[in-house]
Design a protein around this ligand. Structure first.
Ligand SMILES: [Zn+2]
Length: 394
């Protein structure tokens, strides 16, 4: 009778008749209302469907299971409810099986038959409720335990990572990034996974597995003197198309070679790198300097120094205040000669008539315009021709 009225209450949403019945058979009002609240609190409803003795057994078993699974009712209400209902279903099943055994031994009277029917119905309802509770828990964003694993653990697993499903991918990525890998080679990828743990069965749920692929970039070699690399694309070193030096097509992307203008090392970027069957990833690798790139850097450096000296000279020569000083660079700067690494000479400065005072003044002006990175000096040969020597200190 109770079961029929409760079922009607669930179907129609009208629980008045069921509450009346429960009051008549001795339930307190609050308990009767609770029992009739269809699915509002599935755990309470489940327990109220069980007999008093079974309620206690179910509550004890559920409590033990919750402790074992470290489930806090406040923090993980859906997992907790799922577990409670599952345990209640198990108790109903055991009750049903015991009564069926007695039935097969012909030991059931009329009351026992009714009890068996009730236990079987309870079990069926609770099994359905368990499925529903499990779905609600799986579809929710409630914090749950995950097992982390994959390539970072050589295929092994690490339990005990508690995360909300919406946050687990970020947490797993961070976990993977913390791995200790050899970064001396080019870019490589590490694949890891997170499996949610079913709070009832303790099994990993492969269907809800989260996968990440984390790229590990090689450590950039040190450029020198705390400088950042200055990546350039000189055609003379890299070749390729004039308008796009150092770039070659590859699949749906390109491979780009660049040279550092300071240390002459190479950087190779591949925008069509492959990780297993996945294409179109970006990888980076570094290569040591070679004779070609070193010669290019040296030539570039020399040109910069030359430009610096010519600019300083022009600034002085263009200033009318220094018109009394000798002219010392022809228009093309042909009098400026490179005599070694960072060493330059301005030859044919003035004439034999140029005074030492004017050469001193000119030398001081040049030192001033070039700045601290240079040292300058003048000298005169046997014929009286003056030469200014400039040395870059860097
Ligand atoms: Zn560099």
């Amino acid at each position: 009778m109770t079961l029929v009225l409760l079922r009607d209450a669930r179907a129609t949403g009208n629980s008045v008749a069921a509450i009346d019945h429960l009051l008549q058979i001795g339930y307190e009002l609050s308990r009767a209302e609770r029992a009739c609240r269809p699915y509002a609190d599935p755990v309470t409803s489940a327990y109220c469907l069980l007999s008093r003795a079974d309620q206690e057994a179910a509550a004890q078993a559920a409590s033990d299971a919750a402790i074992e699974r470290r489930l806090d009712r406040e923090e993980r209400p859906l997992a907790w409810a799922y577990l409670q209902i599952e345990v209640a279903a198990e108790v109903a099943e055991v009750t049903r099986d015991a009564l069926e055994l007695r039935q097969s031994l012909d030991q059931l009277d009329q009351g026992g038959e009714e009890e068996l029917a009730r236990a079987a119905e309870m079990h069926r309802l609770l099994e359905a409720a368990t499925d529903r509770a499990r779905s609600l828990w799986r579809d929710s964003d409630e914090v749950r335990e995950y097992a982390f694993g994959g390539e970072s653990l050589g295929g092994g697993r690490e339990r005990g990572h508690d995360h909300a499903p919406s946050k687990v991918e970020a947490a797993l990525t961070e976990w993977t990034e913390g791995g200790d890998w050899d970064l001396s080679e080019g870019t490589f990828w590490v694949h890891d996974h997170a499996w949610p743990i079913d709070p009832v069965t303790g099994e990993e749920l492969d269907a809800d597995r989260v996968d990440v692929r984390v790229a590990f970039e090689p450590a950039e070699p040190v450029c020198g003197r705390g400088r950042e690399h200055d990546w350039q694309s000189p055609h003379s070193v890299l070749g390729g198309l004039r308008e796009n030096p150092g770039v070659w097509g590859k699949g749906g992307g390109v491979v780009i070679r660049e040279v550092c203008a300071y240390c002459a090392a190479y950087r190779v970027t591949d925008t069509w790198a492959q990780d297993g069957a996945i294409q179109g990833l970006q990888s980076v690798a570094y290569e040591d300097a070679d004779d070609d790139s070193l010669a290019w850097v040296a030539g570039r450096h020399a040109r910069e120094q030359r430009d610096q000296v010519v600019k300083a000279c022009r600034t002085i020569e263009d200033d009318p205040a220094h018109d009394h000083l000798p002219r010392y660079l022809d228009a093309s700067g042909d009098d400026l000669e490179r005599i070694g690494d960072g060493e330059w000479q301005i030859v044919r400065v003035g004439s034999a008539d140029t005074t030492d005072q004017d050469l001193d003044a000119l030398n001081r002006l040049l030192a001033d315009k070039l700045g601290r990175g240079w040292r300058t000096a003048w000298s005169r040969n046997a014929g009286g021709d003056a030469t200014i020597t400039l040395k870059a200190l860097s």
